[in-house]
Design a protein around this ligand. Structure first.
Ligand code: ZN
Length: 401
């Protein structure tokens, strides 16, 4: 099964490459609010091609149109040959021209993942120096976000040191998604302040205490998870790539649904597979989504308080029984709700703690090593994980992609 999929990706990129010299590749930002249907109309493509997709795929299509950049391959006569448009970090819409017209499908994104280790001496501020020296503003934002609860940034002085180990995905030579920080450290007043990312996606200090201050509560008083968040999984029966951009909670019809944080209702109504759905806008670019409701209790434009009842559990839209589909988005990208919502106690115990301590040892060792050797302020790659064919990787590199 995997081999077939792998072959398919290869074929797509081979197609990409045979056209490449006769056609032009365009890399642009998706117009805000543009839907797939209007995009198809812009290119005189019938929306009937969407009929080959199922309801789950159509739900994912609802998520395009945020901050994504996409590729288009355009023939010299202006005809669109191919479009690759990301949905989140792992899947993409693949629209392509065949002899008989256009086809559309959802496929995994091929990317390369590099692990970077960075060591910087502070000149101005950690944020400023990361932007200036590593040229990665998103990394600077993430660094500040994960360390702000354990370090007083105002106390950081010139010549203090910053160390970061992070993964960055690259797609056709462009960064894809947010940098994934594994360890962040500031040495200030000769004391090292660390945070480590655990396998649950949360950041912990050296003692395994959770650090990100969570400001969201549970969306139901009693939660029973029936389906977890996933960015990419292969559906063995449907033989398709799927994603589940949310967490499902089983509950009886009519169970009150609560706002997880203060916010503004930016959508309240029916929406395709989600049925009766509410979207709330919160501070710091977070949006939460509550789908399949039986009854909505708040109108668009109103402000709600954390814990306020916004609607009731139901089974509207594409749903097999009463449940709440709860989605969390940061700046338009789906993220795992478990990362922000408080479900249980904050410390790691038992096996999770042992796994965490192993990880911590491994990363501390690397950081101590680069400190000892006083590596200069630059970044270097340590690992290459290639999910396109190695031969294709060379192809891209030769063309400076
Ligand atoms: Zn769901």
């Amino acid at each position: 099964m995997n081999k077939n999929v792998f072959m398919k990706i290869g074929v797509i990129f081979l197609l990409f490459s045979t056209f490449i010299f006769a056609a032009k590749v365009k890399y642009s930002k998706w117009e805000k609010g543009l839907s797939i249907v209007s995009y198809l109309a812009q290119h005189d493509i019938s929306k009937n091609i969407l009929k080959t997709l199922d309801q789950d795929d159509l739900k994912l299509l609802d998520e395009v149109g945020y901050t994504h950049r996409y590729f288009e391959l355009i023939a010299s006569n202006g005809v669109l040959l191919q479009t690759l448009l990301p949905i989140g970090d792992e899947l993409q819409v693949h629209l392509f021209r065949t002899q008989s017209g256009y086809e559309i499908e959802i496929i995994p994104i091929s990317y390369q993942k590099d692990t970077h280790i960075a060591l910087l001496k502070v000149d101005k501020s950690p944020y400023f120096d990361i932007v200036n020296k590593i040229k990665n503003r998103r990394l600077a934002n993430e660094f500040t976000r994960v360390l702000k609860h354990s370090v007083n940034f105002r106390g950081v002085q010139k010549k203090d040191k910053v160390a970061i180990i992070y993964d960055q995905k690259m797609r056709l030579g462009q960064p894809l998604g947010m940098p994934d920080i594994k360890v962040a450290m500031i040495e200030s007043h000769r004391k090292k302040h660390y945070v480590f990312k655990h396998s649950d996606g949360k950041y912990y200090n050296e003692n395994g205490k959770v650090l990100i201050q969570k400001y969201m509560r549970k969306p139901l008083n009693h939660v029973r998870i029936t389906s977890h968040f996933s960015k990419r999984r292969y559906h063995p029966i449907l033989k398709r790539w799927k994603a589940h951009h949310g967490t499902d909670f089983g509950a009886k019809r009519g169970t009150p649904i609560l706002a997880v944080a203060d916010g503004k209702v930016i959508f309240s109504g029916r929406k395709g597979g989600y049925g009766k759905v509410i979207k709330l806008q919160h501070k710091d670019g977070y949006v939460t989504l509550y789908a399949h409701q039986s009854r909505l209790r708040v109108k668009q434009g109103t402000h709600v308080k954390m814990g306020q009842i916004i609607g009731y559990v139901g089974s509207t839209g594409r749903s097999t029984g009463p449940h709440l589909h709860f989605g969390l988005y940061k700046n338009g990208r789906a993220i795992n709700p478990m990362r922000m919502v408080k479900f249980s106690s904050d410390g790691l115990t038992g096996k999770a703690r042992r796994v965490f301590l192993n990880r911590k040892r491994k990363y501390t060792k690397i950081i101590n090593k680069i400190f000892k050797e006083d590596m200069p302020s630059h970044i270097w790659n340590t690992v290459h994980e290639v999910s396109v064919r190695p031969s294709m990787k060379k192809y891209y590199q030769n063309r400076g992609w």
